[in-house]
Design a protein around this ligand. Structure first.
Ligand code: DQA
Length: 141
């Protein structure tokens, strides 16, 4: 199965950015963990700080043979109707991942436009959330 792993703004600095909230692992570490934990799967990794680039990625995925998407929209979760529409228009199962527990943080993080059109949401379990999302999407759960 083919799984796309998309990460939104500021996650390029994962591992260095607020490690007390987001932990010490980098996106590269997460990619290595996904590949070694699920050798049978094919992963495609994409990170962008730009909302439109993430929208473009969803329209590409909509026309592809990918089976699902692991998506951490980061701050765009809380603001982006465009990404919400991109997900619902793509017709692919999306599992939204938040490294931190957004529900225990500021009120503006409690609502997610993108979660409303996602198959499932994992929040607060650190970077293991990506592995749990892959497990779910690969139908192993
Ligand atoms: C985040 C939570 C968001 O509220 C925040 O804007 C992020 C990261 C997380 O993974 O915990 O950038 O998506």
């Amino acid at each position: 199965k083919k799984i796309a792993v998309l990460n939104g703004p500021n996650l390029n600095r994962l591992g260095k950015r607020e490690p007390e909230i987001y932990g010490a692992k980098t996106l590269e570490d997460i990619a290595e963990e996904l590949k070694s934990s699920f050798p049978e799967a094919e992963f495609d990794f994409f990170q962008s700080n730009h909302e439109g680039a993430l929208v473009d990625k969803f329209s590409e995925l909509a026309e592809s043979d990918f089976d699902g998407v692991i998506f951490n929209p980061a701050a765009y979760s809380h603001t982006s109707v465009a990404l919400r529409d991109a997900i619902s228009g793509a017709g692919l199962p999306v599992v939204e991942v938040h490294i931190s527990n957004v529900h225990t943080r500021e009120a503006f993080r409690h609502h997610s436009y993108t979660a409303e059109v996602s198959k499932g949401v994992i929040a607060g379990l650190g970077t293991d959330g990506y592995l749990l999302a892959a497990r779910a999407l690969l139908g192993l759960a």
